[in-house]
Design a protein around this ligand. Structure first.
Ligand SMILES: Cc1ncc(COP(=O)(O)O)c(C=O)c1O
Length: 339
């Protein structure tokens, strides 16, 4: 099987397993796990923030940030295709008593002009806008990268209206490798950032958030309240540390392979693909003569795993456990199924 469902399907390499096996550990609830402490310091430094906190998942990272930035009844503005809106099981409402205000972006990207009219400033009977959220790269839009000018304009807008600015940077590493912009530079514009080690970087688990010392202290309390206090978890943090230290540069390979597959899909007249959206490791393509569900099933029968993308499209994601050969075979299977 060639598995292009997600960049989360990778298995830890031998070197990563060795780092895990040899990790020094302690009780992280007492802040005594040296490997977790090392990872948190490394991430805080990499993102240029005062502090970081290791968390089990990207969802927990985003939701912790939204929780500490808001009060119940507040509102968070995001793109309509945002992960926090579509794929986090209604957690803003469940966990923080807040609501989201989704706005239609272009390829997942919003402009300040578009967002400003939706910031609620006046009446007491309205929810209070508290946060603007950005997802970079943008999963459901097909791995698209936020232009820096949009980020800066939205940051200035947030400042003007005394709002917080959160980055879902699950795949910020992909944006950095593709643009040459450093993690620190992206992060400098945001109050809180979440990032993942278990996507393109290949760790089996793990995310982190980064922010001011004050916010991270509060997030540490909330993580515990949500059952996320972990003990000798350095054994897992070692995989995250290995991933972020060794697997960022090679994301270029995933982007190159995604472009190769996209070029093949473009040649198939029974498929539609927006090449403008092919920027990193995620591809969305629309079957014109089959339903996405039928297409996915036929691909699976021939040895290729895909997932639904948006309502009309299929999604393929490149990652460190697929090579050039796999991409060629995936292209052949797609051509055969959609001929
Ligand atoms: C953009 C984005 N944010 C957050 C997450 C959540 O990560 P996790 O699955 O680790 O909870 C994902 C997962 O795919 C994602 O794509």
């Amino acid at each position: 099987m060639i598995d292009l469902r997600s960049d989360t399907v990778t298995k830890p390499s031998q070197a990563m397993r060795k780092a895990m096996a040899e990790a020094e550990v302690g009780d992280d609830v007492f802040k005594e796990d040296p490997t977790v402490n090392k990872l948190e310091e490394y991430i805080a430094d990499l993102l240029g923030k005062e502090a970081a906190l290791y968390v089990p998942s990207g969802v927990m990272g985003n939701q912790l940030c939204l929780n500490i930035l808001t009060e119940p009844g507040d509102e968070v503005i995001c793109d309509r295709e945002a992960h926090i809106f579509n794929y986090e099981s209604g957690s803003p409402a469940r966990l923080s008593g807040i609501q989201l205000y989704p706005i239609d972006g272009k390829l997942g990207i919003l402009t300040a002009e578009q967002v400003e009219p939706y910031i609620r400033t006046t009446a007491y009977h309205m929810p209070r806008t508290k946060v603007i959220e950005v997802e970079n790269t943008h999963n459901r839009a097909g791995g698209t990268i936020w232009p820096m000018e949009n980020i800066i304009a939205l940051k200035n807008l947030a400042k003007k209206h005394k709002l917080y600015f959160h980055l879902d940077g699950a795949r910020i590493w992909n944006a950095c490798i593709e643009t040459g912009i450093s993690p620190k530079e992206y992060a400098s514009h945001f109050d809180t950032i979440s990032c993942c080690f278990s996507k393109g970087l290949g760790a089996p688990i793990g995310s982190a958030i980064a922010s001011s010392k004050e916010f991270i202290k509060e997030a540490y309390r909330v993580r515990k309240a949500w059952g996320g206090g972990m003990r000798q978890v350095g054994i897992l943090a070692a995989a995250s540390l290995y991933a972020v230290q060794h697997n960022r540069e090679r994301l270029k390979e995933d982007h190159r392979r995604a472009k190769i597959l996209a070029e093949r899909i473009k040649l198939n007249t029974n498929l539609e693909i927006n090449m403008e959206a092919v920027q990193t490791n995620i591809l969305l393509f629309k079957p014109l003569k089959k339903t996405p569900a039928d297409g996915m099933k036929l691909c699976r029968e021939k040895g290729l795993l895909l997932t639904p993308g948006t309502i009309e499209s299929l999604r393929a994601v490149t990652h460190l456990d697929v090579n050039d050969d796999d991409i060629m075979k995936a292209g052949d299977i797609i051509d055969e199924v959609f001929k």
